[in-house]
Design a protein around this ligand. Sequence first.
Ligand SMILES: Nc1ncnc2c1ncn2[C@@H]1O[C@H](COP(=O)(O)OP(=O)(O)OP(=O)(O)O)[C@@H](O)[C@H]1O
Length: 322
Amino acid sequence: MSAVEVENLSMSYRAPVRKGGLRAALGSLVKREYKTVQALDQISFTIAPGQVSGFIGPNGAGKTTTMKILSGILHPTGGDVRVLGTIPWQRRSTFLKRIAFVRGSQPVGGSQELTVMDSLEYQRLLYDVPRPTFRRTLADLEALLDLEPLLERQLRALSLGERMRVGLAMALIYRPEVLFLDEPTIGLDVSAASQIREFVSEYVEQTGATVLLTSHYMADVASLCPRLILIDHGNVQYDGPLAELSARLSPYKLIRISTQGDPTAFGEVIEKADGQWVLRVPRDEVAATTGRLLQAMEIMDLAVEEPPLEKVIDQAYREGLR
Ligand SMILES: Nc1ncnc2c1ncn2[C@@H]1O[C@H](COP(=O)(O)OP(=O)(O)OP(=O)(O)O)[C@@H](O)[C@H]1O
């Protein structure tokens, strides 16, 4: 059985429309106008247990809406969804104890006056975690998230990166089997973001959890997600391995070489500095070009690379998928 099954999922919001100006504002008190926003239009995908999938798309594509439905916060307007075999929006407590939804934009809710330790205790009570399990999990999380210095601090006094670490600890203290992570590294500096990525990957390795992760940072997606689901305008545009998406969108690879010679005849030069060159070469000519380069000149170092993921994804968002 899949951990997550989504079939023809649709969601439309009814949003109030108000024109500018005082007259329109007064008018809207008497008669409100609404428009329908189709956030999701019959999307389908499944995720196998233990799989980590990246859920990406431009702003407004429908990612958060999907995650809210999968975690039982929203009731969709159409389609079927099962998470761990259960309909999420029935919000059965047995289901809610097996999943977690963490949003980078608001990682920790609840009273901001509480200390981190009190908040974790509160989660323990709420999710009915036996004390010995709680202690064990907390010890693991302390080590993985460097939590110890934060335990006696009040939530309101935490920095953004600390809030995210605590938010993850609060979500994972009951050892959920499915994690919905909505932009877990938003606003974090490079090293805090990489700490969160390492943590997610360790948690998955230790527990075999299933993860659906949205992020606008390609470093998150590239390091954590072997599979990508790309949505746009409420539709799934691509579902498959990351490397295949790169291959589909970019017919080129990059050959990075270090040489005192002049390799301009072997490909399009896109970078050149102090004997370091980057050549753009059609994918199907990479092997032959590399061979010819090695024969023709003295090469100190050579690496074949995919084009930067940011560029590939930017192209997918702008031009769509062919
Ligand atoms: N409560 C709401 N009422 C009306 N429209 C909404 C509501 N929530 C979301 N929408 C609309 O639904 C669409 C999908 O929004 P959603 O937040 O799911 O996108 P997203 O992919 O998560 O975007 P982002 O990357 O900017 O977070 C957008 O057009 C958005 O304006």
